[in-house]
Design a protein around this ligand. Sequence first.
Ligand SMILES: NC(=O)c1ccc[n+]([C@@H]2O[C@H](COP(=O)([O-])OP(=O)(O)OC[C@H]3O[C@@H](n4cnc5c(N)ncnc54)[C@H](OP(=O)(O)O)[C@@H]3O)[C@@H](O)[C@H]2O)c1
Length: 349
Amino acid sequence: MVSVGIVGGTGYTGVELLRLLLRHPQVTVRTLTSRTEAGKRVADMFPSLRGHTDLEFSDLDLEQLKQCDVVFFATPHGVAMQHAEQLVAANTKVIDLAADFRLQDLEQFEKWYGLQHSCPQILKDSAYGLTELNREKIKQASVIGNPGCYPTTVQLGLAPLLQSKNNLIQPSSIIIDAKSGVSGAGRKASLGMIYSENADNFKAYGVAGHRHHPEIVEALENISGQKGVFDSIIFVPHLVPMIRGMLSTIYVDLTDEGANTDLQSLYEHFYKDEKFVDVMPANSSPETRSVRGANELRIALYKPQPNKLIVLSVQDNLVKGAAGQAVQNMNLMFNFAEDAGLTGIGLLP
Ligand SMILES: NC(=O)c1ccc[n+]([C@@H]2O[C@H](COP(=O)([O-])OP(=O)(O)OC[C@H]3O[C@@H](n4cnc5c(N)ncnc54)[C@H](OP(=O)(O)O)[C@@H]3O)[C@@H](O)[C@H]2O)c1
């Protein structure tokens, strides 16, 4: 059995990791940290876990974490990079759900996260953890930067177009209109997240700039092998009054080559062996509730005009957008079946 530590066990992605890992046949969760709830039984805070675990929250103790085979950081940015070097030296793998190991461009990291990176060499050796697009590197890595939730919908939504050897789209035409449920902002209390501010309301945020923009640009460059052509893409996130779920509507101008290509077949072929990406029939409407609680991303394509494409991409932000993706990465790193612990079906209605 692989022993697991989770730093940040009281948050939404932390408890989602625990929900998934307690059902995983090849792991034991050994330690779960919280600065505020150390000593409290996990099941007393999360009654959904009563009868499934006797764990208590504990203080972050690096020596304890070093005893684990892998540690997940379900914490704000800046926490994992403080500990990664020592964990790697102790032969403990690290999977960070925050942004410390996502952006290779240090200038962009410092600009958007307001922090100097404390272990650039570890960052250099780390792997970006979007399994479907980076499998071989993830298998070899000791440190994984789990992708941001919006960037996951965008990358998997556009990868078949960008990895085609034909020139199918105009990169600068990409417009991403994305929506997230409120659990995307985490469990910490803040005025903007209270019920009376969010229920029966719908708004855009981060329109002038959002941290996921540079991550999307860097990732699309890596997927396509083209530098500098995605800088002017537009990304506007919105907050919708639901708890889980994320939908990105992506508008793209096609080249003549793209307009004359059977894109539905291209997508179906690209993802034919992927367990967690579902390409729906053309003109379908993927719904967030179809992936609620599941490690699944569902895509549908529309061609409203011969040279325009609309890609719809949905996922559960806490599962394929965070904890499920992290477990998928762990499965690869330890040579487990990629779907171990991840076979749950979405909860509908
Ligand atoms: N929510 C999503 O849909 C989503 C999706 C993708 C990625 N992410 C990323 O995943 C990370 C966790 O997100 P979340 O939504 O689970 O956040 P959250 O609900 O706010 O939970 C954060 C957790 O981190 C702990 N924590 C906070 N500051 C800490 C510190 N300095 N040292 C150690 N522990 C600390 C908190 O516990 P205590 O205060 O009790 O210590 C809490 O358990 C974030 O970086 C987020 O950007 C989230």
